[in-house]
Design a protein around this ligand. Structure first.
Ligand SMILES: Cc1cc2nc3c(=O)[nH]c(=O)nc-3n(C[C@H](O)[C@H](O)[C@H](O)COP(=O)(O)OP(=O)(O)OC[C@H]3O[C@@H](n4cnc5c(N)ncnc54)[C@H](O)[C@@H]3O)c2cc1C
Length: 452
């Protein structure tokens, strides 16, 4: 059987215009991040009709968000319009919408705007959002990293702190405005703390002649006894030393107990006065399925060995949202597992459409992990090798350029990095507040809501 499936979902009277079908099996992919996009690309020019839904109209390259937040890259350098990705595709369509629920019986995806899209195969790839582990005051006081809007907010906020500090004489208020606390010593916290220090040292005494470097404080808090817990211990120790050399105050074994807009309080009773708390200490799955699907202890959606959602044979879950067993733990929330799962699910769907036997169980191939600390300093581990310093930093640049989508984006990122390397400059030091627009708001676009 080629290209058709008996009982293929038919559009109903309430279905959206994009559901005009060809009679081929319909695949609806919810989420066009790393997993969803990899799946859609693999299904391109195949005998299925694919509808890719996302609350944003672009694919976001999250590993470089911290460079938007630290004035080195423009938002457009790390985002790529999804309609452009599939402009020439005969069978993949994109539609911007926030998915609110799934009608499992009617096999339809329902959006927040009330549209419905029928599916024969559903792929859930909605990623994750910041997790504050139920600490409401910290959630209110901190700025998270998920989404371009938050990265831009962070850039605005840090620059605004400098502007205000430059105008303030009162020492305690100056100290508060010039103390920046980063919570979480994983790759994102380490990368952001290193880049933030570089930005602050660049402008102190120059753009801001009344602010001296000695007044600036970047504090990185990590609950465990070392940074980069997912890497081998020597790499975490290297990262800590490299950050300290750059002026970051690293505090391990430091748990945040509470916070408000003036202070962070730690569980050992100490307090740090600050106007800036950056949260990179945890993420949780973010999906609209609620309790209609089984979940693991970490609230990720339980899937079988072929990534089908347990009890939902026509639906798959991939990436951050899916609980996939891996050596006794869950697969980490990283982009390579999401992309590999996306391609696997596309192959599984095509085999099912062709009436072939199901694929062998999904197996993740770990190609390694890396994190950068700043100029000439990074850590990387792959194929049993551990790299630090300049070589790891070059490897980091190569891998990130390779995976960025779009030639213009690659060129723009490379040019910005070269500019920064040669001129010691982070040029996008602008404070831009976006004004809300009712039509955009109606799309439900924006960063994911944090888990509190
Ligand atoms: C700041 C930061 C830095 C990171 N750095 C790295 C790194 O260096 N290396 C690495 O491997 N990983 C990194 N990660 C993790 C990586 O981004 C994720 O593991 C990866 O994006 C997961 O892919 P995904 O497809 O599951 O979800 P995502 O890529 O997050 O995509 C989910 C998509 O679903 C959409 N969506 C969500 N809910 C809905 C809804 N209800 N309706 C419609 N659309 C919806 C979102 O808009 C989004 O486009 C980083 C993450 C962050 C936040």
């Amino acid at each position: 059987m080629s290209g058709t499936k008996p009982g293929a979902a038919e559009p109903g009277p309430g279905d959206a215009a994009e559901t005009e079908g060809t009679g081929r099996p319909r695949v609806v992919i919810v989420g066009a991040g790393f997993g969803g996009l990899a799946c859609a690309r693999k299904l391109n020019r195949q005998p299925v009709d694919v509808l890719l839904l996302d609350r944003r109209n672009y694919h976001l390259f999250t590993p470089l968000l911290y460079q938007v937040a630290t004035s080195l890259l423009n938002p457009s350098d790390i985002a790529y319009p999804l309609r452009a990705v599939f402009r020439r595709s005969p069978n993949v369509r994109f539609h911007q919408a926030e998915v609110a629920s799934v009608d499992w019986v009617g096999r339809r995806v329902i959006t927040a705007g009330g549209q419905s899209f029928p599916y024969d195969y559903l792929v859930l790839a909605t990623g994750s959002s910041d997790n504050y582990f139920g600490n409401e005051p910290v959630a209110r006081a901190a700025i998270g990293f998920k989404g371009l809007e938050r990265a831009q907010r962070l850039r605005n906020h840090v620059l605004a702190c400098l502007e205000r500090a430059a105008a303030v004489r009162e020492p305690a208020e100056r100290t508060r405005l010039l103390t920046f606390v980063v919570v979480g010593g994983g790759p994102t916290g380490v990368e952001y703390a290193g880049a933030l220090c570089e930005l602050l040292h660049l402008v102190a005494g120059k753009d801001y002649p009344t602010l001296s470097r000695s007044e600036l404080r970047v504090v990185l808090l990590e609950g465990r006894d070392r940074l980069l817990g997912m890497f081998a211990a020597p790499l975490g120790i290297y990262a800590e030393r490299a950050l300290r050399r750059r002026g970051v105050e690293v505090r391990t074994g430091a748990m945040v107990a509470s916070a408000d807009e003036r202070t962070v309080r730690l569980s050992d009773g100490s307090a740090i006065p600050t106007a800036t708390i950056v949260w990179s200490a945890g993420v949780a799955p973010d999906d609209p399925l609620g309790d209609t699907v089984p979940r693991s202890r970490s609230r990720r959606v339980e899937v079988g060995p072929d990534l089908r959602i347990r009890g939902r044979p026509d639906a798959f879950a991939i990436g951050d949202v899916a609980s996939v067993a891996w050596g006794g733990v869950e697969l980490p929330m990283l982009s390579p597992p999401a992309m590999q799962a996306g391609r696997y699910v596309a192959r599984a769907i095509l085999r099912s459409v062709r009436g072939a036997s199901p694929p062998p169980p999904f197996r993740y191939i770990d190609k390694g992990t890396m994190a950068t600390i700043g100029r000439n300093a990074a850590v990387a581990s792959f194929a049993g090798l551990r790299l630090t310093g300049f070589v790891a930093w070059l490897a980091w640049i190569f891998v990130h350029i390779y995976y960025l989508i779009g030639f213009r984006n690659r060129l723009a990122a490379l040019m910005s990095w070269a500019w920064n390397y040669l001129r010691w400059d982070r040029p996008i030091r602008i404070i831009v507040e976006a004004e809300p627009d009712p039509v955009v708001e109606a799309l439900g676009a924006g960063p994911p809501r944090p888990h509190r």
